[in-house]
Write a protein that binds this ligand. Structure first.
Ligand code: FAD
Length: 379
């Protein structure tokens, strides 16, 4: 079965085949996406896709990029979340300063929610911002596992204020902001992940997104975008696992036949091919609901993220199985897909958190269980 690209991604498919896939294992080994690639993405206009195209197209693009390199797709994910927040909740001054550079990709954004004590339960955020004498805010906090944190020009930061959790856009170069690269992660190793510290960082009043205390609502909105992207990127992992597995199974002989002629191998390939179609359909469904402004998109996106990320882990596991020792080797794409797929089950709300959200929604819809919104304190 073909892994033909979703409609509208012809340019992305060629880019992924020629500029991404040949280098993705080197990026993984070097633990960095190089500047030339960030520039290529900007030339294609893809950093701004969350505001310049439909959400169906956004998912199709992120699937393609995810087929080539989950680290780059992760950078696009968090950047899109920051850009979406500025566009939707930014004050005029903030929009004037950051909307254009973030859309063009001349400035990159990152997403700072997780802390040591605040993982799945982001309501436990301890970072705090207090009014500064003379106006603005003073921000303190320590954010962990910030994808793109090593490179971003701006951070979307969640911190406690007098009225609950609030969201801020913070310039990476502001006094009191520092970052430390995180190396040796299991997967998405090239995603320029960092820890970010804020020590009395002074922010202008316009750094506040929306109103004070709107942080949970803003987190819900941006996590929805992040989950949509990760669902699509996970679909790309399935496509890559399928492509690599079919190629290998069609070329290697064992037991007097090509691997692809053994029915037990065919079963693994069948599962990947069917999961690819199902994951893509769920992403398209969630994207179409977003494009229509239908709030049902929140649950559709949780379902897409849950299915696609778990199916990606399954597909990547089976891809390693089909490749045998070769797929276990350092620098082999199946090895990288396997490690990257595991990350998809943890970020933007782990599989357990999606299970809780989806089940509680179903129970509530049936008149049982307590109501819970898709943020539910779950990043
Ligand atoms: C590569 C990578 C990149 C990341 N990038 C970012 C980023 O850019 N910005 C950012 O803010 N964060 C980022 N994160 C952090 C990520 O969002 C968190 O890891 C995630 O929210 C889970 O939190 P945790 O790791 O603290 O795990 P925990 O919340 O401690 O969970 C540990 C385990 O317990 C399970 N669990 C937790 N609560 C429940 C429950 N109520 N019921 C049942 N099971 C539960 C979880 O599913 C998980 O399996 C990144 C993480 C990784 C690994």
């Amino acid at each position: 079965m073909s892994t033909a690209a979703p409609p509208g991604t012809a340019g992305a498919r060629a880019f992924v085949d020629t500029e991404l896939i040949p280098h993705a294992d080197a990026f993984d080994r070097d633990e960095a996406i190089p500047e030339w690639l960030l520039g290529s993405v900007a030339e294609h206009g893809w950093w701004g896709a969350v505001r310049t195209g439909s959400m169906v197209e956004f998912a199709a693009l992120h699937e393609e990029i995810g087929r080539g390199c989950s680290s780059l797709r992760s950078l696009l994910t968090v950047h899109s979340m920051a850009l979406y927040a500025v566009d939707r909740w930014g004050a005029d001054a903030l929009r004037e300063r950051w909307l254009e550079p973030l859309t063009a990709g001349t400035a990159l954004g990152a997403f700072c929610l997780t802390e040591s004590a605040a993982g799945s339960d982001f309501t436990a955020v301890e970072a705090s911002a207090r009014p500064a004498p003379g106006g603005g805010w003073l921000l303190d906090g320590h954010k962990k596992w910030v994808t793109g944190g090593e490179r971003a020009e701006v951070f979307l930061v969640f911190a406690r204020t007098g009225r609950g959790v609030s969201a801020f856009l913070v310039e990476a170069g502001a006094p009191g902001v520092s970052r430390t690269p995180v190396r040796g992660l299991l997967g998405t190793r090239a995603a320029l992940t960092a820890e970010v510290r804020f020590e009395g960082a002074r922010l202008p009043a316009a750094a506040l997104l929306g109103a004070e205390g709107m942080g949970t609502a803003i987190a819900t909105g941006v996590l929805d975008i992040g989950r949509h992207s990760v669902a699509a990127g996970s679909t790309g992992i399935i496509a890559a696992a399928l492509e690599g597995s079919v190629r290998h199974a069609a070329g290697r002989r064992q037991g007097g036949a090509l691997l692809g002629e053994h029915q037990l191998i065919q079963r693994l390939i069948t599962r990947m091919a069917v999961d690819l179609r199902a994951a893509r359909a769920l992403c398209r469904d969630a994207g179409a609901l977003k494009d229509a402004g239908d709030p049902a998109t929140l649950m559709a996106t949780c379902a897409a993220k849950y299915f696609a990320s778990t199916a990606a882990m399954r597909a990547a596991t089976d891809a390693v199985q089909i490749h045998g020792a070769v797929g276990c080797s350092d620098g082999h794409p199946a090895n990288r897909l396997f490690r990257d797929a595991k990350i998809m089950e943890i970020i933007e709300g782990s599989s357990q958190i999606q299970e809780i959200l989806i089940a509680q929604h179903a129970l509530t819809a049936a008149g049982a269980g307590r109501p819970r919104t898709p943020e539910g304190g779950a990043s």
